[in-house]
Design a protein around this ligand. Structure first.
Ligand code: HSE
Length: 306
């Protein structure tokens, strides 16, 4: 095989109670990447369409992640990466993770799979760190393993794939403003009160338990963020109103997707998920803010070969 075409999906990180450790993979939105073998060693960028991305291989997350892989597994050939970028950078649904994880996944396939999907996270993380200024695998892990994932440790990369309750539908609303992760991380406090931490790890533990037991009520009670959301909410237009209307419309929970500005909601079934999307849209219609709404099942497969 000399060339491979893959679909690298969008994802939602944090999921309210799991800052930097919890995430899940989305279905309909994603980048298409074509990676081809080249005679010249190393990694180069080919055609990039859809969005403006850095052309310098030292500044592009896909090539940086790919180079990290090739540092660990020497190859006599090189690789060229063409990207149809569909996930807008700075939208909060894992744009940089899709580029980084997609690149290492595709190259690993062309090399005959020397690494497992889980092992690929360490290389993708090098690209992700470049984009966000911090090493966190909460968007990468769901892309490579599919479904919901928990990162027990971002240092040791101890990653656990979690089950997904059937019938869970995601609503994403993307207000068309750009928010750089590096910026939305810079406003966070380094220290948090113990009482808030206790609430947060109570919710995270309960959320994970709810995934295993299909307990929608517990899932709903656990989707709370005591620490990050109160600080970041001010970056997102009308966040509190959107969250309230989503919950009033029947969502199990609603919060900031990753570092924003997209907002995600989880609902039981499509009817409620659609109602949630429409209600949130009305708030942005009223203030004349342009937005997109997406609906998705939990994508159990993650990155796939096309
Ligand atoms: N956990 C990350 C954050 C996800 O919230 O900053 C965005 O890359």
């Amino acid at each position: 095989m000399d060339q491979i075409k893959i679909f690298s999906p969008a994802s939602v990180a944090n999921v309210s109670c799991g800052f930097d450790v919890l995430g899940f993979c989305l279905d309909p939105i994603g980048d298409i990447m074509t990676v081809s073998k080249t005679k010249d060693k190393g990694v180069s960028l080919g055609v990039i369409t859809g969005q403006k991305l850095p052309k310098d291989p030292l500044k592009n997350v896909a090539t940086v992640a790919a180079s990290a892989l090739l540092k660990s597994h020497s190859s006599k050939i090189g690789f060229r990466i063409d990207i149809e970028k569909k996930i807008k950078p700075g939208s909060g649904i894992g744009s940089s993770a899709a580029s980084a994880a997609g690149a290492v996944f595709a190259i690993n396939e062309l090399l005959g799979k020397p690494y497992s999907r889980k092992e690929l996270v360490q290389f993708a993380m090098v690209g992700e760190s470049l984009a966000s200024g911090a090493a966190h695998a909460d968007n990468l892990a769901p892309l490579l393993l599919g479904g919901f994932t928990l990162v027990r440790s971002n240092k040791d990369l101890d990653i656990i794939k979690l089950p997904s309750p059937k019938g869970l539908i995601v609503t994403i609303i993307h207000p068309k403003i750009e928010l750089k992760t590096i910026h939305s991380r810079s406003i966070l406090k380094n220290e948090i009160p113990l009482s808030k931490a206790v609430e947060q790890w109570g919710n995270l533990g309960a959320f994970v338990s709810a995934l295993y037991t299909n307990d929608y009520d517990l899932l709903s009670r656990s989707m709370k963020d005591e620490i990050i959301e109160p600080v970041r909410a001010m970056l997102i237009p009308k966040f509190s109103q959107l969250q309230k209307i989503a919950l009033d419309s029947g969502a199990l929970g609603c919060g900031i997707s990753g570092s924003g500005p997209s907002i995600y909601a989880l609902s039981k079934g499509e009817i409620i998920a659609n109602r949630v999307g429409k209600s949130m849209g009305i708030i942005y219609d009223k203030i004349g803010l342009d937005y997109e709404v997406h609906y998705s099942q939990i994508n159990e497969e993650g990155i796939k070969i096309l």
